[in-house]
Design a protein around this ligand. Structure first.
Ligand code: HPA
Length: 272
C-alpha cells in the first residue's frame, strides 16, 4: 500500500509547507516527552493522516509532530502500533515510508524494554547494536515495492555504526551510562515466561521488547540510517520477585525518559 505513504506525505506537507525533516524520531511507551521540546511545532493526530491508525495502547499519544529539535528539522511519531494490536504489515510500511518520503535520512527509535542483565536495571539506557526478530512475522512479506528498495537486502549493519559511535561519545560527554546490546523482539502482548527469558539469553539477547524490529526492517529496506535506544523499564520475567505490569513499564519509562531526552538532545546537537 505504497499509495498510502504518498497520500500521508502530501497531507502532512500541506499542514506544514516548506518543511523537510532530516531526522525521524519514534518515541516508545511513556517516552513522548521529547516531542514537547520541538520548536515551531505542528502536531497532527494519526487519526487525521491517511493510512495512519490510532494506536490502542496507553502511554502512546498517537500524534505526529513536526518541528525543530536543537535546530534540526525533525518529525516525531509519538506512539507506534504493534503487531499484537492486530494491524497489518501495511501500516508499519506506511509509517516508515511516509517519513522517508518526507525527506528524513536518519531514523532514531526508542522503546521500553526488559533487561536480561541484573547489572542493567530499570531506569538504564541500552543502545541497540543488533536485533533478533522473534516475532515470527515480517513487515516486508508480500509484493516488493522496488520504488523503496530491493527484494533482498542485507541487515549486517542495521544499526548504523557511525551513529552508534556518535551516541557513545555523546553519552560519555554527558556522563550518561549507556549499556549496549542485542534487542530481541517478542510478539507480545503478554510479557515473557521465565523459561522464554532463559532461552532468549542463550540466543544472545540482552533486552526484550515487543516493537522496533518491524520498523527497523522497513527503514533499512528503504536505505534509512537507523539508531535505537531501549529505555530499560524492568528486569525481564523471572529475574526478580515482582510481577511485571504495564503500569510499572510506564512509571519506570518516565525515569529513563529524562536521561534519554538529554542523550537525544546531545546527539541532535552533534548532527546539526
Ligand atoms: N518484555 C517485553 N516487552 C517489554 C518488557 C518486557 O519485559 N518491558 C517493557 N517492554
Amino acid at each position: 500500500m505504497t499509495e498510502a505513504a504518498f497520500s500521508a506525505k502530501t497531507f502532512i506537507q500541506q499542514q506544514k509547507p516548506n518543511f523537510t525533516p532530516k531526522l525521524g524520531l519514534i518515541l516508545g511507551s511513556g517516552l513522548s516527552d521529547v516531542a514537547n521540546s520541538l520548536e515551531d511545532a505542528t502536531t497532527i493526530p494519526y487519526a487525521d493522516i491517511p493510512g495512519f491508525i490510532q494506536t490502542t495502547i496507553s502511554g502512546h499519544a498517537g500524534v505526529l509532530s513536526l518541528g525543530y529539535l536543537n535546530g534540526v528539522p525533525t518529525v516525531c511519531l509519538q506512539g507506534r502500533i504493534h503487531y499484537y494490536e492486530g494491524f497489518k504489515n501495511e501500516i508499519v510500511k506506511t509509517y516508515i515510508r511516509t517519513l522517508k518520503l518526507l525527506g528524513i535520512e536518519i531514523l532514531f527509535l526508542t522503546n521500553a524494554a526488559g533487561s536480561l542483565h541484573q547489572d542493567v536495571p530499570a531506569g538504564s539506557l541500552m543502545m541497540i547494536t543488533d536485533h533478533i526478530n522473534f516475532q515470527g512475522h515480517n513487515p516486508l512479506i508480500g509484493l516488493n515495492d522496488e520504488a523503496f528498495g530491493p527484494r533482498f537486502f542485507g541487515m549486517e549493519e542495521a544499526y548504523d555504526l557511525e551513529l552508534r559511535e556518535l551516541l557513545v561519545s555523546v553519552a560519555k560527554d554527558l556522563e550518561i551510562h549507556l549499556a549496549q546490546g542485542v534487542y530481541i523482539s517478542a510478539l507480545g502482548p503478554m510479557f515473557e515466561t521465565p523459561a522464554e527469558i532463559r532461552a532468549f539469553r542463550l540466543l544472545g539477547a540482552d533486552a526484550v521488547g515487543m516493537s522496533t524490529v518491524p520498523e527497523v526492517i522497513v527503514a533499512r529496506h528503504c536505505g534509512l540510517r537507523v539508531a535505537a535506544i531501549s529505555a530499560i523499564t524492568n528486569l525481564a520475567a523471572g529475574m526478580n520477585t515482582d510481577a511485571l505490569t504495564h503500569e510499572d513499564t510506564l512509571h519506570n519509562g518516565q525515569k529513563a525518559a529524562k536521561i534519554l531526552q538529554k542523550l537525544i538532545f546531545g546527539f541532535v546537537r552533534e548532527l546539526s
